[in-house]
Design a protein around this ligand. Sequence first.
Ligand SMILES: *[C@@H]1O[C@H](CO)[C@@H](O)[C@H](O)[C@H]1NC(C)=O
Length: 285
Amino acid sequence: MVSPLCISLCAIFTCHFFTSKAAELPFDTHYTPLWGGDHVSVIDQRTQVQIKIDPRSGGGFRSKQPYGSGFFQMSVKIPSNAKGIATTFYLTSTPDNIQMRESNSNHDELDFEFILNEKGRYVLNTNVFAQDSGNREQQFNLWFDPSSQFHNYQILWNQHQIVFYIDRIPIRVFKNEIAIGARYPSTPMYVHASLWNGSQWLGPVNWRSGPFYANYRGFAINGCDYSNSNPNKCNSLRYPWNAQNNWQLDPHQQMVYQATRNKYIIYDYCKSDRSSNFPECRVPS
Ligand SMILES: *[C@@H]1O[C@H](CO)[C@@H](O)[C@H](O)[C@H]1NC(C)=O
């Protein structure tokens, strides 16, 4: 069966690297639990992961391999009403836990982070780290409740651009502006997901209404498995996500991108008083 998802992805990418069948790959094919022990459960014939968070622990998993380019995706259902808790899907070159991530600001990272705001609505925080401490946040309201069903979150990463998508709608583009002095993520990254106590950042958790659960599925990875022997192979144009039609949004995508941002963006580091630290902010997006 060809799903609507595949039809529309095929409009963006060539078909042979994404089929609805591949989306049902068992978790263990490319991923492994990382932390949280029994708080990370592989269920539904190993095609779904449920992470639980309670006062004892949250949990996380990551890909077995790092990748040097790709079109990464994950279907995620955020826990209901989980104030103070961060639900994440991200790529990072630091293959380890939160503590390490916080103290090591010298890495590449691309983040989707779902957080509940003061009004009890989920907002999406995105961030880009490029051999530094990030601070390139863009935040969005959502046009749906991400805790009521699965939605698909995607990251395209090639030598020309990084694109964050929600259900195939591009919401953020980070172009490679190295030529004007900007930084660009270029070291191999693992694919991660986690559910963690974000109290320090997001305010207290009401543990009495827990435990909280996040669900993940869609464990296919369309990425270049990084090999130390020849890292440049991940830039090969033979990978569909590196092909020229993925160097920039096409006119239709650009239109959808602008319209979506106009309506839903609530914070943009390029509009903050720190924007002069970031050369990429001089280029209109
Ligand atoms: C959650 O994080 C906060 C802030 O770091 C900490 O004070 C609290 O003890 C943590 N709660 C649990 C149950 O780990």
